[in-house]
Write a protein that binds this ligand. Structure first.
Ligand SMILES: CC(C)(COP(=O)(O)OP(=O)(O)OC[C@H]1O[C@@H](n2cnc3c(N)ncnc32)[C@H](O)[C@@H]1OP(=O)(O)O)[C@@H](O)C(=O)NCCC(=O)NCCS
Length: 174
C-alpha cells in the first residue's frame, strides 16, 4: 500500500474530503470544509494509490495551545497506521505546544493513548460538536496566511445550538 501524506491544500478536492467524513464522522459541507481547513494551523491528508483515505487538522496559536480535530480514516483503510502517520505529522508541527483533542467513542481512547495522549480529568465545552448547523457568512474570510481566529464575521454566537452529545476530553499532551 502506497501512502502519501499531503501537507498543503493545493488542489484538494473538498468533495473528496467530505466523502471521507460522510463515511466516518458524518456529513460535511465541502464549501465549509474549504473555509475551515484554509484557516487551520496544520493539515494532513493521506492518499492511497491517488485516492483520499484519511484526513486530520489542527487549530493553534503555534506557541502554547493547539486543538486537533477531524481525524478520520475511511473504514476500508483503517488499522493500517494511516491515522498514526497523520497524527505524528501534526504532532511534529505542534511539538512546542500542548495539544488538546476530544473523542466521543471509547474505542478511540486506545488509539490516542498509543500516541501518548492521556485522559484529562475534566473538559468543559460550549457549542462544540457536529450538531451545530453551518452559520451564514456575511463577508470574505481570511486565508491560511492571515488567519484571524477572532474574526466575528465568521459566525454569530447567539444562534448556536448546543450539541446533544457534547464530546468528552479524551487527551492532552504537551
Ligand atoms: C480513530 C481512527 C481515526 C483510527 O484510524 P486508523 O488509521 O485505523 O488508526 P491506526 O491504524 O493508525 O491505529 C493505530 C493504533 O491505534 C489503536 N486503534 C486504532 N483504532 C482502534 C480501534 N477501533 N480499537 C482499538 N484500538 C484501535 C491500535 O492500537 C492501533 O494499532 P494496531 O492496528 O497495530 O493495533 C479511525 O478508526 C476512524 O477514522 N474512526 C472513525 C472516525 C473517528 O472516530 N475519528 C476520531 C475522532 S476523535
Amino acid at each position: 500500500m502506497d501512502v502519501t501524506l499531503k501537507r498543503d491544500l493545493e488542489g484538494v478536492d473538498w468533495r473528496e474530503v467530505a466523502a471521507v467524513y460522510a463515511e466516518t464522522l458524518g456529513p460535511e459541507d465541502p464549501a465549509q470544509l474549504e473555509r475551515t481547513w484554509s484557516r487551520s494551523y496544520a493539515t494532513a491528508l493521506a492518499y492511497v494509490d491517488g485516492g483520499l483515505a484519511g484526513v486530520a487538522r489542527a487549530i493553534s496559536d503555534g506557541e502554547r495551545e493547539a486543538l486537533i480535530v477531524g481525524v478520520a480514516v475511511r473504514p476500508a483503510y483503517q488499522r493500517r497506521g494511516i491515522a498514526t502517520a497523520m497524527m505524528r505529522a501534526l504532532m511534529d508541527d505542534l511539538r512546542r505546544t500542548a495539544i488538546i483533542l476530544t473523542c466521543e467513542e471509547d474505542e478511540n481512547v486506545a488509539f490516542y493513548e498509543s500516541l501518548g495522549f492521556r485522559t484529562h480529568k475534566r473538559a468543559m465545552v460550549l457549542g462544540m460538536g457536529r450538531a451545530r448547523p453551518p452559520q451564514p457568512l456575511d463577508g470574505d474570510l481570511p486565508g491560511r496566511q492571515g488567519a484571524n481566529h477572532n474574526d466575528k464575521r465568521a459566525f454569530s454566537t447567539n444562534s448556536w445550538s448546543r450539541a446533544p452529545h457534547e464530546p468528552t476530553l479524551c487527551g492532552t499532551t504537551g
